[in-house]
Design a protein around this ligand. Sequence first.
Ligand code: GLU
Length: 423
Amino acid sequence: MALDTSIAVSQENPFEIAQHQFDIAADMLNLQQDLRDTLRSCMRELIVSFPVGMDDGSVRVLRGYRIQHNIARGPAKGGIRYSPNVSLDEVRALSMWMTWKCAVVNIPFGGAKGGVICDPKSMSIGELERLTRRYTTEISILIGPEKDIPAPDMNTSPQVMAWIMDTYSMHVGYSVPAVVTGKPLSIGGSEGRTEATGRGCLFTIRQALKHLGLQIQKCTAAVQGFGNVGATAASLLHLDGCKVVALSDSRGGIYNPAGIDPRQVVRFKAETGSVVGFPGTKPVSNAELLELPCDILVPAAMESQITSVNAGRIKAKIVAEGANGPVTPDADRKLIEKGIFVIPDILANAGGVTVSYFEWVQDLQSFFWSEEEINARLERIINRAFQDTLAMSTSRSVDMRTAAYLLAVSRVAEATRVRGRYP
Ligand code: GLU
C-alpha cells in the first residue's frame, strides 16, 4: 500500500511523524475515535528544570523531560537521552515508539522516554553524576519498578543507570535494582544487555535476507553511527561473514570497499575518540555513507537521516533501522517504491528493550540467567516478531512498517478495550 500523500506531514517534527505513522494503522484498523484520540497523545508529560553545580563553581539550570505514552499493557518502559537536541516533541515521539516497540515483540510494557537538554560530551564525569542524580530526583515521582523503568539511550551508559538506581534506592532506603535496566552486571544488570540492540538488529537482518533469498556472506553493509547499537551491529555482521564497507560516528565516516573489521575500529575509537582516520580507509561524510553501494544499510545514529532529499539515491536492498525514526515518511515512501526492504525501528531495534525486560524479570526474582539463555530467548522473540510482521505484511499487502504498526496498535487497542474505561 502506498502511504497517503494527501496529508501534509511535517518531515522534521518527530512527534508529527510518529502520529502520522500511527494514523495509517488506525485507519486500516478502523479504530474508534476515542481510542484513536487516546493513543495519539501521551498520557503523562513531566517537564523539569533543575540546577547542576559545575566543576568551575557555577550553577547551570537544565531542562529535562519524562514522558509516558501508554501503560495499557504494563509499566512504562524506555530510555533516557542526554543531548543538546532533546525537545519535548522528540521525547513524545520516542515514548510513543516505545509503546509500539514493546507491543510488536509482545513484552508486557507500555512506552516512555526521558531526556535532558545538555551537552554531555563537554561535561566532566562529576558533572554528569550530579546531573543524573538531580534529574532522577526530579522524575522520581514517576519512575519505579512497577511504574516506569528507564534504560540507556543516546549518550547514557550503564554507569548513568547505576547512578539512577543508587539515587532512587537512597530515596526509599533500600536497594531497588529493578527501577532501571541496562545497569552494570555488578548491581543486577543482565548478561547480553549491552549487545542486545545490535544483536536483535542482526537477527532481523538474517530473517530479511532469508526472506529475500540472499546470503549474508555475499553481502556488503554500511553502518551509520558507532555508538552501542551501530558498533555491535557492525561487529556481529562482520562475524556472520558480511563485508562491512563503511562506518561512521558524529565526527564523520570511513569507507573501504574491500571491507573493514569493526572490532578493530572499536579499539581505534577507544584510543582516538573517533572512527575517522582508521588506517586503510577513505574518509566519507555521514550523508555520503548512506548513499554508498551496499546490500545492507543500518542507520544507527539518530532521527531523520534518510529524507526525501537522499532517499532516491539509497542503493541498499535492505535498510535496518537501528536508530529510532531514521527514515522520514516521505523517504519511506520512496524507499518502498524502489523495492527496498525496510525493517522498521520498532522491530529492528527492539532487541534492547527485550533484554531490558529479561533484566527486569531477573531483578524482580533475584535469579539470573546465563548469556546463552538470554541470547537464545532474544532470538526466539525477535524471529517470532519478524515472522508475525512479515505475515501481516503479506496478508494485508502492506510494507513492513505498516505491518508492524498494525500488529502493535491492535495489541494496545485490545488491552485498552478489555480493561474498559475508568471511572
Ligand atoms: N533506548 C532503547 C530503545 O530505544 C532501550 C529502551 C529500554 O531498554 O527500555 O529501545
